[in-house]
Design a protein around this ligand. Structure first.
Ligand code: HEM
Length: 400
């Protein structure tokens, strides 16, 4: 394993144990589960020496931090450069200001609003599945999972055509910037700046698709619902998290079903299990592994002091494998009764507002696949190395 030193810091209330484990090392990103297990065994909260931040890996600790936004505000991310660029967008704001932004960004992706997209999503899902199954061999990331987000979703967002082909790169880069200031984050900073520049200069009235989600943000600013200076960073709320998250959720699902044909048989025999299967996929392979929170006041977390002014990394992916919450957590079992309690979409006031859209896309694709595919076979796979995201850059499969 990667090596551990567990010591108690001195000073008044017990401080958290410390560790030299590095959750952002390549090998840990590729296979984080042993490291999460080790951190959880050290304690509910562990000081990561390398990054000068606390790691929360237990389910209860993660839920506590996510629900208590006053003690753990989200406005200060893991590093200061990223904070400066994205300050004031939905994820990076708190309290009333956050609620105002969230209400506007969420409007087109509520279950009621999504009814108008549902038919189109289902039709496209069926079409892409038919086309790829006829080929028999395809990339489950590049050809299958990418299709709905880059066609339907990015068209609904309504950004100008020109430059939109950069969205995937921006999104991947943005997530790297949400991590600690390591080489991955440093080299992605110019990508995030480019994304912000596009939002400021191209996502503007006159250039946006009429009736689109992006245009609605400008309307909300004109109506005084949100401050006009927040508009460019609010564009990032759609441009950043709406693509790769869902893409990785879909291709991880294909990978899991290829590795566990018995679970795919259950789905094929009874497609009503698909919503539960989606939760189990996201529990096992959370596309967003962790974000951070600022510690706004001295906080006693299960007997350990988190001092005011420190930062905590909240590992959703680790919480999802906490055996105290999910017995035998490394087993992929779509009939788990509690899989829906996973943390892949976070929790509390910042819990993912795109959850219904993501689930609609995943459900439609797996429904279509269940009609057509008897078996998936993985021929080649390559994982993305990203500070926040977990998923496949390449997943070549053949289908029976
Ligand atoms: C499987 C797909 C997805 C996953 C796993 C995912 C995961 C997450 C997570 C973990 C958070 C942070 C929650 C927190 O800090 O507590 C989040 C927030 C967010 N997500 Fe998603 N997401 C997905 C899809 C989407 C989509 C399709 C959209 C597009 C509308 C979206 C938009 C957002 C926004 C705007 C936030 C910030 C919410 C806030 O701060 O109030 N996400 N998501």
């Amino acid at each position: 394993m990667l090596g551990t030193s567990t010591t108690l810091l001195t000073n008044a209330t017990p401080r958290a144990p410390t560790s030299i484990l590095d959750p952002y090392a390549d090998e840990a990103l590729l296979n984080p589960w042993p490291l999460y297990r080790e951190l959880r065994e050290i304690g509910p909260v562990v000081w990561l020496e390398k990054y000068g931040m606390f790691a929360l890996t237990g389910y209860d600790a993660v839920v506590k931090a996510l629900r208590d936004w006053e003690a753990f505000p989200s406005s200060f991310g893991m590093n200061d450069d990223m904070n400066q660029l994205l300050r004031g967008n939905t994820l990076c704001s708190d309290g009333d200001a956050h609620s105002r932004l969230r209400r506007v960004v969420m409007r087109p992706v509520t279950p009621a609003a999504l009814k108008s997209l549902k038919e189109e999503v289902e039709r496209e899902a069926e079409a892409v599945v038919n086309r790829l199954c006829a080929k028999g061999r395809f990339c489950a990331t590049g050809e299958l999972a990418t299709h709905l987000p880059v066609t339907i979703v990015s068209s609904a967002i309504g950004l100008p055509e020109e430059g939109r082909e950069r969205m995937m790169e921006w999104s991947i880069g943005m997530f790297n910037c949400f991590g600690p200031m390591n080489e991955r984050a440093r080299s992605a900073m110019p990508v995030l700046s480019e994304m912000m520049h596009y939002a400021e200069t191209q996502a503007v009235p006159g250039k946006l698709k009429p009736g689109s989600w992006a245009e609605a943000i400008h309307h909300a600013a004109a109506a005084g619902e949100v401050p006009s200076e927040a508009v460019p960073v609010m564009m990032i709320d759609y441009m950043g998290p709406s693509l790769d998250t869902t893409i990785f959720g879909i291709s991880s699902g294909v990978w899991l079903f290829a590795k566990h044909p018995d679970q795919w048989d259950l789905v094929r025999n009874d497609p009503s299990l698909i919503p539960a299967a989606i939760d189990e996929i996201l529990r096992m392979e959370a596309p967003v592994q962790g974000f951070s929170r600022y510690v706004a006041r001295d906080y006693d977390l299960d007997g350990f002091l988190l001092p005011e002014g420190s930062r905590a990394i909240v590992f959703y992916g680790a919480a999802n494998r906490d055996p105290r919450q999910f017995p035998d957590p490394d087993r992929f079992d779509i009939r788990r009764s509690n899989a829906g309690r996973h943390m892949a979409f976070g929790a509390g006031p910042h819990g993912c507002l795109g959850v219904n859209l993501a689930k609609l896309e995943m459900r439609s694709l797996f429904m279509a696949l269940a009609q057509k595919v008897k078996r998936f076979h993985v021929e080649a796979e390559e994982r993305v190395l990203n500070n926040i995201l977990r998923g496949f850059s390449k997943l070549i499969v053949t289908v029976e």
